[in-house]
Design a protein around this ligand. Structure first.
Ligand SMILES: Cc1cc2nc3c(=O)[nH]c(=O)nc-3n(C[C@H](O)[C@H](O)[C@H](O)COP(=O)(O)OP(=O)(O)OC[C@H]3O[C@@H](n4cnc5c(N)ncnc54)[C@H](O)[C@@H]3O)c2cc1C
Length: 302
C-alpha cells in the first residue's frame, strides 16, 4: 500500500504531474496569497517557478516548517509564532525478552497484536504517571545481520545466535507538545542556497516516565510468555515526527485553522503530520491520511 502503488497512478490518470528528484526551495507569498513555488532539480541544479491557484504543503513536520520559514512567511502572516514549534516524536522503545523456545518458528504473524489497555494510563496505580500513556505492540525480531551490527562489541555473535529466542514488544508512548522543541533555520546555507534546517528537541520528564511505565507492562507480558532475560532499546529516531504547524481555533495558538489553511493566507493548506496539535500514541500514518482526505473535501467544496 505504498503511495507509489496506491495513490500516484490514480492521481496521474486524473492529470497530476509528478516531478521526481525536485525540491521546493521557496514559496513566494505576495500579500495574503501563495503565488508560486520555486523548485530545483536536484540532479541538474535547474530552477523553475510554478504558479499556483491553491498550494498544499505536505513535506512532513521537519521540512514543512523549514520551507515556510525559509520562504519568509513571517513577513506575510502575523500568526507565525508557532511555526516550527511543539515538535513531537512520540517516545518509543522496544523491550525484548529471551524465551526458552524458538519464538516464531515460521517467521510469520509479526506486528499483529497490539495492547491498548494502557492507552489512557493506569488509574489503579497511585505512583504511575497521570494521563495518557500509549500502546504496546508485537514487533518482529530484526534479521541476524541487523542484530549483529547493533549488539555491543564481544556479544555480536551470541546476540545473533539468540535472536530466534527473542520476543519483542514495541512501546509507543505519547509525548507532551512543548513550545521550545522546534524546527528552525540555521545561519548556514546548503548547496542550493536554502538555509540549513536545525532542530532542538528534549523530552519532558513525564515523557520518559510514561515510556518506562509501558516498559514495565511489556516486561510483565514477556515474563508471562516465559522470558527470563530482558533488553531495552530506546528508539532515538524522528520516525514519528509530529506537530510544528499545529491546527487550532485560536490564531494566537496555532499555525493553521481547523481547515488546515495557514492563518492570513487564503490559498495555502498543510496536510501532513505537522498539523497535529497532540501526538496520540499510535502509528500516525492513517490519522495523517484521514486528515488529508478531510482537507481535500473542504477544498473541493470551496
Ligand atoms: C522507518 C520508519 C518506519 C515507520 N513505520 C510506521 C508504521 O509502521 N506505521 C505508521 O503509521 N507510521 C510509520 N512511520 C511514520 C510515518 O512514515 C510518518 O508519520 C508519515 O509518513 C508522515 O507523513 P507526512 O505526510 O507528514 O510526511 P512524509 O511521509 O515524510 O512525506 C513528506 C514528503 O515530502 C517530501 N519533501 C520533503 N521536503 C521537500 C521539499 N522541500 N520539496 C519537495 N518534497 C519534499 C519528502 O521527500 C516526502 O516524500 C514510520 C516512519 C519511519 C521513518
Amino acid at each position: 500500500m505504498d503511495l507509489s502503488v496506491s495513490v500516484l497512478p490514480k492521481a496521474i490518470k486524473h492529470g497530476a504531474i509528478v516531478l521526481d528528484n525536485h525540491r521546493a526551495v521557496k514559496i513566494n507569498f505576495i500579500k495574503n496569497k501563495a503565488q508560486s513555488v520555486d523548485i530545483i532539480n536536484q540532479a541538474t541544479g535547474q530552477r523553475h517557478t510554478i504558479k499556483c491557484k491553491y498550494l498544499i504543503v505536505a513535506a512532513g513536520p521537519i521540512a514543512t516548517p523549514h520551507l515556510l520559514l525559509a520562504s519568509g512567511i513571517e513577513s506575510v502572516s502575523s500568526a507565525t509564532q508557532h511555526i516550527g514549534h511543539n515538535l513531537m516524536r512520540h517516545i518509543n522503545g522496544v523491550v525484548s525478552g529471551v524465551v526458552p523456545y524458538i519464538a516464531n518458528p515460521d517467521n510469520t504473524l509479526a506486528k499483529r497484536v497490539a495492547i491498548a489497555d494502557y492507552y489512557f494510563g493506569d488509574s489503579s496505580s497511585k505512583s504511575s504517571p497521570k494521563g495518557n500513556w500509549g500502546i504496546i505492540q508485537d514487533i518482529a525480531t530484526p534479521g541476524k545481520g541487523v542484530i549483529k551490527a547493533n549488539a555491543p562489541f564481544g556479544l555480536k555473535n551470541i546476540a545473533a545466535t539468540f535472536s530466534q529466542f527473542l520476543i519483542n514488544q514495541l512501546v509507543i508512548a505519547e509525548d507532551i507538545p512543548q513550545y521550545y522543541n522546534r524546527v528552525y533555520c540555521a545561519d548556514t546555507k546548503d548547496s542550493f542556497g536554502m538555509p540549513n534546517v536545525a532542530i532542538y528537541h528534549r523530552y519532558h520528564a513525564r515523557d520518559i516516565a510514561v515510556r518506562d511505565a509501558l516498559y514495565n507492562v511489556a516486561k510483565r507480558i514477556l515474563k508471562q510468555a516465559g522470558a527470563k532475560i530482558f533488553y531495552y532499546m530506546p528508539i532515538v529516531t524522528f520516525s514519528h515526527a509530529l506537530g510544528t504547524c499545529r491546527m487550532g481555533n485560536n490564531r494566537n495558538l496555532s499555525t493553521v485553522n481547523p481547515d488546515c489553511r495557514l492563518w492570513d493566507i487564503t490559498n495555502c493548506y498543510i496536510t501532513d503530520a505537522s498539523v497535529l496539535p497532540t501526538g496520540g500514541s499510535v502509528n500516525p500514518s492513517l490519522t495523517i491520511a484521514a486528515n488529508a482526505l478531510r482537507v481535500a473535501n473542504i477544498m473541493l467544496k470551496r
